[in-house]
Design a protein around this ligand. Structure first.
Ligand code: TNX
Length: 522
């Protein structure tokens, strides 16, 4: 036995030392098997046959819509193997990717079937999104050195058997806050790469807040020249913004990985940066001072002024035009300085705008106060399981994305000793992020109203991309499994062991993940 973690808690002025002992670090690494995948597949049937072996002669066949997915698979497998892995529309092949000619209803639009025999691999799906998910599974079944960027001499085997898989929830999300600290497109792309491997299919970008405005809006240039310029962000060190061309490029990059971007502009609160740039958006017309601290709840758009709605409509129209995805998120949280009646009047007017531009409105659960929220997707962030207004809206038709702050907020510290992060919703270790059921968490919300799960990553303390990775991983993997895998597969001990293996892939890819003490990082 050895001491694993020592955590300090100061409770009512008394210093408590908690010493946890355990032998997690001594467990031998479990071997890679057909069931080692994260998120756990719906059905795994191992076979006793010899494994499939990737060789210099392996050929990939795919045609039509399967072609681009096959090209990405080949590109992913070439660096470490050094094999040519040519992709051909037809002919004799060893890995065959194909869209079903007769749809298999069980798979839906995101599921797949992966059959690995000794001499051939067949991947089938109804849609390219399902094929892509299947290729992520396939990659995890190869030795972790497949992640190397230079040629390695390995035995590139894949265990034989059949995996049938489909997601539990349609919406499997991550959120990144670009407002408190801007993170440039190259970093957002790296994050997307990691998310796509875990079968996350939505990336919500929090594009504006009190400390910064991060998306160019035509006709309102000062939003970004002032609101996104140098000196903005927390402590004035998080400046930067996306041009519309940058945003489009990110949308395309994500789409090639079957990730849909959800843009968020937070309102009527969290708007100080916009008001510094355009003082006419305040009720008294006086520019507030720029804010680089992390307080919340002090700013509000002026609900009684018409210019407010011209501004909101310009933003909604342009974001809708830039966003092929179905959702546009209008924030709505922590509007503590907007009087309640004004808040409701504001939401009643702006939520329907989103539908007028062809999108479904999203909002933090606070918007449940407005009747129009029944047409929206509500993002549940409470640390309590009782939110009667959300339950009522859900029963009246609203859909709910589960992001309870004490389970999914990736900016909460793992424990009080881990650097960075906040702890207003508690600390969240890996078991805490894993052990809850999104379908039944919020009392009174019908399970069928739950569209999915999202893990937000607020960036008050995240100065660079290393900080993003440290907070996101490994907990993002726990959330991905909650979002994808059937509840019947949910098992901490199994997840812990699979995560230990998955860590090797992060090491190969230089991902700065937190070596959580509960896991044996083999
Ligand atoms: C609460 S939860 C916020 C954000 C902060 C975050 C920090 C929610 C909808 N709003 O403004 O960044 O806490 O954890």
């Amino acid at each position: 036995m050895r001491i694993r973690t020592v955590s300090r808690l100061v409770v009512a002025g008394v210093l408590l030392l908690t010493v946890t002992t355990g032998s997690a670090g001594h467990r031998p690494p479990p071997a890679l098997t057909l069931g080692s995948v994260i998120p756990a597949p719906a059905e795994v049937t191992p076979s006793k046959s010899e494994p499939f072996r990737l060789t210099a002669d392996t050929v990939i066949t795919a045609s039509g819509a399967a072609g681009p997915v096959a090209d990405q698979l080949a590109a992913a497998l070439r660096p470490a193997t050094g094999f040519p892995l040519s992709v051909r529309p037809e002919g004799k092949s060893t890995i065959d990717l194909r869209i079903n000619t007769v749809a298999d209803p069980w798979m839906g639009d995101q599921g797949y079937r992966l059959e690995i025999g000794t001499t051939a691999v067949a991947l089938r799906a109804n849609d390219p999104a399902g094929l892509f998910a299947g290729t992520q599974t396939l990659r995890q079944l190869l030795p972790s050195a497949i992640e190397a960027i230079t040629v390695r001499d390995e035995d590139w085997t894949i265990p034989a058997g059949v995996i049938r898989d489909r997601p539990r929830f349609a919406y499997r999300g991550a959120m990144l806050d670009l407002a408190r600290h801007f993170h440039p497109p190259a970093d957002v792309k790296r994050y997307i790469d990691e998310l796509a491997r875990l079968k996350i299919n939505y990336l919500h970008l929090h594009l504006a807040d009190d400390q910064g405005w991060r998306i160019e809006i035509d006709g309102w240039p000062r939003l970004t020249t002032v609101g996104g310029g140098p000196g903005t962000g927390v402590r004035g060190i998080g400046g930067g913004f996306l041009t519309q061309a940058d945003y489009r490029d990110l949308v395309d990059y994500a789409a090639r990985r079957f990730v849909t971007i959800v843009p968020e502009i937070d309102m009527p609160g969290h708007v100080n940066a916009a008001q510094v740039a355009y003082p006419e958006l305040t009720c008294d017309g006086v520019a507030p001072r720029p804010r680089i601290d992390i307080r919340v709840g002090y700013s509000s758009l002026c609900v009684g002024k018409e210019i407010t709605y011209r501004f909101v409509e310009d933003v909604v129209r342009q974001l809708a035009a830039l966003t092929p995805g179905p959702y546009l998120h209008l924030g709505g949280d922590e509007a503590m300085s907007t009087p309640h009646a004004d808040y409701v009047a504001f939401e009643q007017r702006v939520l329907p705008l989103v539908a007028r531009y062809g999108k479904t409105a999203g909002g933090w659960e606070d918007i449940a106060a407005a009747p129009a929220a029944t047409e929206a997707v509500l993002q549940y962030w409470a640390v309590t399981r009782d939110r009667p207004a959300v339950a009522a809206a859900a029963r009246a038709g609203a859909r709910v994305i589960m992001s309870p702050a004490d389970r999914t907020y990736l900016d909460m510290q793992y424990d009080l000793l881990t650097p960075g992060g906040l702890h207003w919703a508690g600390t969240i270790d890996v078991p805490t992020s894993y052990d809850w059921d999104p379908a039944t968490w919020a009392h009174g919300v019908p399970p069928e109203a739950v569209l999915g799960v999202e893990a937000p990553l607020w960036s008050e303390t995240l100065r660079d991309y290393g900080d993003v990775e440290f907070n996101a991983f490994p907990r993002m993997a726990a959330i991905a499994e909650l979002a994808w895998s059937p509840w019947s597969t949910h098992d901490w001990v199994s997840f812990r062991d699979r995560l230990g293996l998955y860590g090797q892939r992060w090491i190969w890819r230089d991902v700065h993940f937190y070596r959580a003490p509960e896991i044996s990082w083999s």
